[in-house]
Design a protein around this ligand. Structure first.
Ligand code: TRP
Ligand code: SF4
Length: 399
């Protein structure tokens, strides 16, 4: 497994649908096998927009985590946790707020967009303005390397990088930095120290990015160095001070636009979803009621799959042979829409059946789910506490 840490969060919206599964969860499933993964329920984030709504956060959290588990997120290898159970997120948010210029937050597109879209809510609040910074704290507190997100979240990861850079610039300049860095190099042993120095020189003289990557990899392998020394030497390569909060990279999830029942993107607000927990009759009914190419009034009228939302589902679920069958049959009126929908119904049923078996298992044992959240949150909190100790130290409130 790769040492790199992946972190992502989801707001607690309760039960998930196929759009979440194809858009986010499948991506998480692939990542959890490759990286040290942290996935969390962003319940503080929910309050930034729903602070006045009486939503049952606890049940939304539980239902969503059940769906994660049923989809295959593995609590044995992946850290699953709830944001508010790691209150250090709030502390880091506060401390980062000290050095974050207001204009950095005001210019984030979602700030104005959401205020406009959610007109019924008063979002001219301190919490809502600060929510991207809370997201920065979520990421930085775990020193995450990779943050899988959708396009809309890109500005938040950009902000996080700027916030980290500024933090390191202001607080990473400890007294005697160079001397401490030199002492740390001498702990590496002759040969390793020599490679470090030469990589640092190459990077500093020629801005060679590969040298930077190699030097950082070299540092990661050093058993004789404390984490603090590793960070010092990592900062020493780039010339500045100690890197306390490393800058994360966004891992853009390609917009797997799962079509909804009406051909628009699947979303609760469009009421066009198939829930991961829909029963077989519900799935059948929903697909049967789906609109098709309006040109196909009678079964003998030929149609055009490009004008049909069912075709979009075939593109998600069907193999090439089935897709060819649809195109040929639709445009020559050799198949009817009812027939055309059958393979989709079958595919969705067989995709959901194993998940639903798993849901049943967790639903009958809510204590098990609570235990998983408890353990994951404890583990996450230990990592968060370590970062906070360094942050407090750097900000001179570690006393
Ligand atoms: N803001 C994200 C969303 O609305 C959720 C989120 C919160 C998140 N904190 C995060 C995602 C940290 C990635 C990393 O979808
Ligand atoms: Fe849509 Fe299939 Fe009917 Fe063509 S045959 S209109 S693709 S459902």
């Amino acid at each position: 497994m790769n040492e790199s840490r992946v972190l992502s969060g989801m707001r607690p919206t309760g039960r998930l649908h196929l759009g979440h599964y194809h858009g986010v969860l499948q991506n998480w499933l692939a990542l959890q096998n490759e990286y040290d993964s942290y996935f969390f329920v962003a319940d503080y984030h929910a309050l930034t927009t729903h602070y006045a709504d009486k939503i049952d956060l606890e049940s939304n959290v539980m239902e969503m985590v059940v769906d994660w588990l049923a989809a295959g997120i593995n609590p044995k290898t992946t850290t699953i946790f709830v944001q508010s159970k790691v209150p250090e997120h709030a502390e880091l948010h506060l401390l980062l707020s000290m050095s974050t210029p207001l204009r950095w937050l005001e210019r984030i597109p979602s700030y104005k967009d959401q205020q406009f879209k959610l007109k019924t809510k008063d979002l001219s609040t301190y919490g809502f303005l600060g929510y991207p910074l809370l997201q920065s704290a979520d990421i930085l507190i775990y020193k995450a390397h990779l943050v899988p997100i959708g396009e809309d979240q890109m500005p938040h990861v950009e902000l996080t990088r700027e916030v980290a850079r500024r933090f390191n610039y202001i607080y990473g300049r400890e007294a005697g930095f160079e001397e401490k860095a030199e002492v740390a190099i001498s702990k590496m042993g002759k040969k390793q120290a020599k490679s470090y120095r030469s990589l640092r020189k190459t990077y500093q003289e020629m801005g060679n990015g590969e040298a930077l990557i190699k030097a950082k990899a070299l540092l990661q392998q050093q058993q004789n160095l404390t984490l603090s020394d590793q960070e010092r030497l990592s900062g020493y390569i780039e010339g500045g001070g100690k890197i306390i909060l490393p800058e994360p990279e966004a891992l853009l999830t390609k917009a797997a636009k799962m079509p909804g029942l009406d051909g628009q993107k699947m979303s609760k607000s469009y009421k066009n979803t198939i829930s991961l927990r829909d029963t077989e009759p519900e799935i059948e009914n929903k697909i049967k009621r789906m609109p098709t190419d309006p040109a196909r009034v009678k079964i003998t009228d030929p149609g055009n799959p490009e004008k049909c939302p069912v075709w979009q589902l075939h593109q998600v679920y069907s193999d090439k042979m089935t897709c060819d069958w649809v195109v040929a049959g639709c445009s020559s009126a050799k198949i009817g829409c009812v027939e055309c929908k059958q393979p989709v119904i079958k595919a969705i049923k067989s995709e959901l059946a194993p998940m639903q078996e798993c849901v049943a298992k967790y639903q009958s044992d809510p204590e098990l789910v609570k235990q998983i959240i408890f353990e994951g949150s404890k583990k996450a909190r230990n990592v968060a506490k370590e970062t906070m100790a360094e942050v407090r130290e750097a900000m001179k409130i570690g006393y």
